[in-house]
Design a protein around this ligand. Structure first.
Ligand SMILES: C[S@@+](CC[C@H](N)C(=O)[O-])C[C@H]1O[C@@H](n2cnc3c(N)ncnc32)[C@H](O)[C@@H]1O
Length: 277
């Protein structure tokens, strides 16, 4: 199953080189890149950087915090947290080419001292127990059938009484997902939980759910605003098509349909790890 996931995301060799080439061609000064220059490709989830900032604002972070990012992708969320809150972030992701690109892109922004990325399975992160002050996972569990193992891993990695922030795509009540979507071209690597199942899974792992935030309508509005802003303009230099390929346009149309028909929902959970183990 993991091989299918890595094949889905990891088809582009030297992704950082491709991104750099696109930025250079667009006339960007490569010596003075900011995280905003990368956000169109490295915040790989619905509502992008804004959603990351909102979640980070609920995590109680400061300069002393060390955060675990389960399924860190190209590292945009990790860098956003490090920039906005001065914390350290360690990301783990299955897709080797994403980890390599995340490491390179962090160097471009001068953030290598505060973020690092490890290639590996998020359900079995190779870190000592109770070693993180906070944890997050953004748009990852839809590729993971063993969600109980994922949330158990988050609990194990966290110190007692700390925040675990989850922002994921869930199965909605409007019917089956229309494929392809950005996380899967076919159902074999798509494993969506319903909101009720999520509550059970998180509670079952020992988390206290402090907040549940449904952003489905905001997600739909975000897609529509993006489409309106881009209408009639040249394609932007960066986008998820750099690694998802030409069918990304179809995936986007399907995302809008899936959200509009409530076949999917986007929901965030802010949880607290148990005080006792
Ligand atoms: C849609 S991307 C989201 C990336 C990142 N969280 C973000 O929001 O920008 C999903 C990521 O989950 C990773 N992933 C999926 N299954 C995983 C697993 N079992 N272990 C670690 N990473 C996984 C993929 O490699 C991919 O980078």
């Amino acid at each position: 199953m993991s091989i299918g996931v890595e094949r889905h995301y990891g088809g582009t060799a030297d992704l950082a080189g491709v991104v750099r080439g696109r930025l250079a061609a667009a006339g960007k000064d490569l010596e003075r890149l900011s995280s905003a220059d990368l956000a169109a490709v490295d915040e790989f989830h619905i509502r992008g950087r804004q959603a990351t900032l909102e979640l980070a604002g609920r995590m109680g972070l400061d300069r002393e915090s060390h955060v675990l990012d389960l399924g860190s992708g190209l590292g945009g969320p990790a860098r956003t947290l490090a920039e906005a809150h001065g914390c350290r972030v360690t990301g783990i992701d299955l897709t080797r080419s994403f980890c390599e690109a995340a490491t390179a892109m962090s160097g471009w922004l001068g953030l290598s001292g505060r973020v690092r990325f490890v290639q590996g399975e998020a359900t079995r992160p190779p870190f000592p127990p109770a070693s993180f002050d906070a944890a997050m996972t953004i748009h990852v569990a839809m590729n993971i059938a063993a969600k109980d193992a994922l949330y158990a891993a988050a609990m194990r990695a966290l110190k007692p009484g700390r925040i675990f922030a989850v922002y994921d795509v869930l199965q909605g009540e409007g019917g089956p997902v229309v494929f392809p979507v950005p996380w899967a071209r076919e159902p074999a690597i798509s494993h969506l939980a319903t909101p009720a199942q999520m509550r059970e899974l998180l509670s079952g792992a020992g988390f206290e759910i402090l907040e549940e935030i449904d952003s489905t309508e905001a997600g739909l509005a975000w897609f529509r605003e993006k489409a309106a802003a881009l209408a009639g303009t040249a394609p932007p230099p960066l986008g998820f098509q750099l690694f998802l390929g030409d069918d990304y346009a179809r995936m986007t149309r399907n995302q809008v349909q899936n959200l509009a028909e409530k076949r999917i929902r986007t929901v965030a959970y802010v949880c607290r790890s148990s005080e006792r183990r």
